[in-house]
Design a protein around this ligand. Structure first.
Ligand code: NDP
Ligand code: GDR
Length: 332
């Protein structure tokens, strides 16, 4: 019999790639989808990967325990991947209470639904390198102290520890992946890599002149989402639940990432990038650099895509998309 997986955040970047991976492995894939005034467009990522018709979607919300209890009861999952969150760091200062309710307390809702309805299932929590914040060690690993720097990171830290606590209190098979930034053509447009790939495509096609960015001296350890969802799955295949850092071990400034994108289409970044303080954050995470030795040794995981290939893939995908959208708009 095929295994059943339940994914919260299935309409997000990671939810789409994880669905694709699990379907390839023969899983029956269920996802939680929240009601939205844009019904019908939320699953565009699932459609882009050609998997929308293969997953089963259930109405629910991470803030609503009763909906999660019902969905777990109906789907009886073997594995639960909790990817749903208010995931944009910059928004977390503007919506701190919502961020706490969903990104923090929402994790308890999902854990409670599992504890009550499917205690034998395995649980994955989407923890984040943002929890390291003001960094305490040059390379961050599972034992590095946390120092969150945004309402988002504080909420993720709660989600991380409540997952550890449910593992220790109730013996649940609950693991956390402390994932460093991972991107793809399906990345939300508000995140910096995708903002850059979209902006470069528009400038290349003559539809824009400038790209406005904030702190381009920030450094991130960027990988490909396709590689990172494989690590999530591997964690739940282990006999013992545990926490793992997932990262490439290479850090790059936003400036250099941006240059890769402009160079790829033969444009000079310095002629187009405008620094706009509106995109500065009240508190910044200056640098992240992950040490994923534990995941590499215990899970046999390694990233397959390096940054230049990732950024080129994103720019190429945005060139195709922007061109098509522009042609459609011209016809209308
Ligand atoms: P996205 O922002 O692309 O996706 C977030 C998902 O959460 C969407 O499906 C969204 O649904 C859903 N969601 C938001 N609020 C609720 C709610 N109240 N109830 C149910 N669903 C909700 O994130 P990613 O795919 O990039 O990331 C997946 C997870 O991993 C997130 O928890 C993120 O914080 C975490 N993470 C991500 C990293 C990265 O670099 N990508 C690194 C480390 C951690 P909708 O489509 O309706 O908006
Ligand atoms: P991050 O990703 O905050 O690391 O969180 P984001 O791409 O938003 O920012 C990365 C860095 O780029 C700087 N930056 C800008 N960022 C955005 N979004 N827009 C800009 O114009 C801009 N200019 C400079 C930021 O200041 C920052 O330093 C992501 C999310 O996916 C989280 O959910 C996840 O937990 C972490 O990665 C790991």
């Amino acid at each position: 019999m095929s295994k059943r997986a339940l994914i919260t955040g299935i309409t997000g970047q990671d939810g789409a790639y994880l669905s694709q991976l699990l379907l390839e492995k023969g899983y029956e894939v269920h996802g939680v989808i929240r009601r939205s005034s844009h019904r019908g467009v939320e699953d565009h990522r699932l459609r882009w990967l050609g998997v929308a018709h293969k997953v089963k979607l259930h109405d629910g919300d991470l803030g609503d325990l009763s909906s999660l209890l019902r969905i777990v009861q109906d789907t009886r999952p073997d594995e639960i991947y909790n990817l749903a969150a208010q995931s944009f760091v910059a928004s977390s200062w503007r919506q701190p209470v919502l961020t706490a309710n969903i990104t923090a307390v929402g994790v308890t809702n999902m854990l409670e639904a599992m504890r009550i309805e499917a205690p034998q299932a395995r649980f994955y929590q989407a923890s984040s390198s943002e929890m390291y914040g003001l960094i305490q060690e040059p390379m961050q690993r599972e034992t590095t102290p946390f120092y969150p720097r945004s309402p988002y990171a504080v909420a993720k830290l709660y989600g991380h520890w409540i997952t550890v606590n449910y593992r220790e209190s109730f013996g649940l098979h609950a693991s956390s992946g402390i994932l460093f930034n991972h991107e793809s053509p399906l990345r939300g447009i508000e995140f910096v890599t995708r903002k850059v790939s979209d902006g470069v495509a528009r400038i290349k096609l003559g539809l824009a002149q400038e790209l406005r960015l904030g702190n381009i001296d920030a450094k991130r350890d960027w990988g490909h989402a396709r590689d990172y969802v494989r690590a999530m799955w591997l964690m739940l295949q282990q006999e013992t639940p545990d926490d793992y850092v997932v990262a490439t071990g290479v850090t790059t400034t936003v400036r250099d990432m941006c240059r890769i994108a402009f160079d790829h289409v033969g444009l000079d970044m310095d002629k187009h990038v405008v620094i706009d303080p509106a995109f500065y954050r009240p508190a910044e995470v200056d640098i992240l650099l992950g040490d994923s030795s534990k995941a590499r040794a215990k899970l046999g995981w390694a990233p397959a895509t390096e940054l230049t290939a990732l950024i080129k893939e994103m720019v190429d995908a945005d060139l195709v998309r922007v061109k098509a959208e522009n042609a459609a708009a011209a016809k209308a």
